[in-house]
Ligand binder design. Sequence first.
Ligand SMILES: *Cc1c(COP(=O)(O)O)cnc(C)c1O
Length: 372
Amino acid sequence: MRIETLAVHAGHAVDPASGAVTPPIALSTTFERAPDGTYPHGYVYSRGGNPNRTALEGCLGALEGGAAAAAFASGSAATAAVLQCLAPGDHVLAPDDVYHGTARLLREAFGPWGLRATFVDMTDTAAVEAAMRPETRLFWVETPGNPLLQVTDIAALARVAHAASALLCCDNTFATPVLQRPLAWGADLVVHAAAKYLGGHSDAVAGIVVAREEGGFFQRLRRLQGMGGAVPAPFDCWLILRGLRTLPYRMRAHTEHAGVVAAFLARHPAVERVLYPGLPGHPGHALAARQMAGGGGMLSFQVRGGADAARRVAAGVRLITRATSFGGTESLIEHRRSIEGPESTTPENLLRLSVGLEHPDDLVADLEQALG
Ligand SMILES: *Cc1c(COP(=O)(O)O)cnc(C)c1O
């Protein structure tokens, strides 16, 4: 089945109790036992499982081509659960430009717990090999990267990881399964911040881990999900699943609009550099053309004149909203350096743009007036 059809039908069933076509929201925290003490519907208590969570996990698992999926209360909770499946003393390789929340988890939460991490340029396979240790158990990949839109070769790194019996986990939040399916390139796990494109309407936070196999690692993750309880609320699962139904069409529009905006910015004299994998000049363009089905809806650009000039552009937009996060219907612009904190290595004249579903001509007009 094609991804558009899967997005509409996976995890979908007409409610047998009422005939409702869209799923009811099961707010009940507890589920009835049969007289013989069994649980005929498979649910006991909502921390362990809930019908809306099951439907969401089923749908995203199908879209990513995975064997199983587990949903969490946020992308960061999903990331933490993957890291918790490792053991103290294990070593993790992560990108030097990894999502700052993931870097913080590795340094501040899992460092003291005994997990070792090395941050390395994951686009450089030789550098990755040089950073490996006998205790390396996990490669964390994020591609395209945030906010420099660096493109990492998932298949090449999966071969390196597997040769050393390590797992590869790909944060697929930027691309979504519509544009990139990491499991098909050899990744073992995929993580999503579902508040972004999956939900797609900036109204629910959740996270999901999808696993290629339902074996040992996933079973441990599932147990941690139940024990740790960082689970999403039924309504949030319902909202994210509703978002998934239109994901392929939204990603198509985001990609088309970002292409128009990137081409405009690349021609503008006030813009020093545009970082968008869909542009032929981008260092990751050829790899992205192979690994992805489109450049996606995220781009960054550097403004001539430094941090102040970049802030003036962000201050001058009227249609685009100044806010963090991305993947919603509305376009968002952000000065990344100021949100990433003191460890940030992001250029200070860089603005990140989440290109939304407005007409691209209106977005171009807004950027044109803001750039002056
Ligand atoms: C937002 C984001 C996360 C974290 O997700 P939360 O739901 O905010 O915890 C992880 N990775 C990437 C790439 C993100 O953009």
